[in-house]
Ligand binder design. Structure first.
Ligand SMILES: [Zn+2]
Ligand SMILES: [Zn+2]
Length: 343
């Protein structure tokens, strides 16, 4: 039988036909699930007087189920969304939660405000075979096995509350030091690239479930500039206090005061390194992350620019593993670089 564009398979066996006594019914797995969920509505089919009545019973159970479950999964024959079903679902969540909906009803955005007054958007895409849910969370938002929009929305609201500590830690970090990347952080971004000195920066990856614990640190800058900081970060690990803000811990760990963007307005140029190949500060949002090791030079380059530059110098370039070696475009001393996507 086909109901609401869904095909259900039933196998009836009637040993005493035309009487229904002793009849047995085998159904497809999706129908088994429906019968289980609607068990209070499932009658004893042996009491039915005819096949027609059995089919009518099964049909009414499925229809009842479809009315209350997973209405947003339904589509009509043309593949368009089930407008009425979606509207009913939005109604149950509350119209004030609707941020936007497109004209074909295949994408809707629901909004929610968490306990710290942060605004969150849940994007729901209904165009494909299964609905897609996208939330700006530091970990993927999973909503498998949930059948109504309201339940998905409730789970989304609950999960947002679980990341409060993470977002607070990131906010403190953003206001406590000079963030080089991301230029405009999203609520889902778990990393920050931070200015340390004129030629050194670091990238930290923060664990969303334990945001104030010791983060993963990656260093950027010339080997001479980075060396002392890297050693300190290893030697002084025990000064990290998991109840202090991350930037406070970084300052304690490295025994420095981290520069702040507003403090550096006058000398911003000396901090803001420009790539010596493309003469830009940002390339696809990234600041230069390679620095020439020659202390007299110390010029900065985007990894992409330097890699392409070294590869273009066919005579003087050699490769080892995936690393390319050549000379600095500025001082002509040896310099090396990994492919841009290997970091
Ligand atoms: Zn560049
Ligand atoms: Zn150089």
């Amino acid at each position: 039988m086909i109901l609401q564009d869904k095909d259900y398979l039933c196998h009836l066996s009637l040993p005493n036909y035309p009487s229904c006594t002793g009849c047995t019914i085998d159904v497809s797995w999706d129908l088994q699930i429906i019968f289980k969920k609607m068990s209070s509505k499932v009658c004893d089919f042996q009491q039915c007087s005819s096949i027609k009545e059995i089919v009518k019973e099964i049909t009414s159970i499925i229809e009842e189920y479809q009315k209350t479950h997973a209405v947003y999964l339904r589509k009509d024959q043309t593949g368009a969304a089930d407008y009425l079903g979606i509207l009913t679902e939005i109604e149950s969540i509350g119209w004030d939660k609707l941020e936007s909906i497109n004209s074909t009803f295949t994408e809707l955005k629901l909004k929610m405000c968490d306990s710290a007054d942060r605004q969150h958007i849940l994007t729901i895409k209904l165009g494909g075979n299964t609905p897609e849910f996208i939330a700006e969370f530091p970990r993927p938002f999973l909503s498998q096995g949930i059948s109504t929009l309201k339940d998905v929305y409730n789970l989304f609201s609950q999960e947002a509350e679980q990341y409060q500590e993470f977002w607070q830690a990131m906010d403190e970090l953003d206001s406590g030091c000079w963030i080089l990347e991301p230029e405009t952080p999203f609520l889902s971004d778990t990393y920050r690239k931070i200015a340390v000195t004129q030629n050194v920066s670091l990238k930290i990856d923060v664990e969303p479930k334990n945001p104030r614990s010791f983060p993963t640190i990656t260093w950027f800058g010339s080997e001479t500039g980075v060396f002392d900081f890297r050693e300190k970060a290893i030697d002084r690990l025990e000064v990290w206090e998991s109840n202090s803000p991350i930037h406070t811990n970084l300052e304690r760990l490295l025994e420095i005061n981290l520069p702040r963007k507003e403090d550096c307005q006058v000398s911003a140029e000396t901090y803001q390194s420009t790539c010596c190949i493309c003469y830009q500060e940002r390339l696809e949002g990234q600041v230069p992350s390679c620095t020439c090791d020659n202390p007299q030079c110390g010029q900065s380059f985007h990894i992409f620019c330097l890699y392409e530059w070294l590869r273009s110098l066919i005579q003087s370039t050699r490769k080892q593993g995936n690393k390319v070696f050549g000379t600095c475009p500025y001082c002509e001393q040896p310099i090396s670089c990994k492919p841009p996507d290997s970091n």
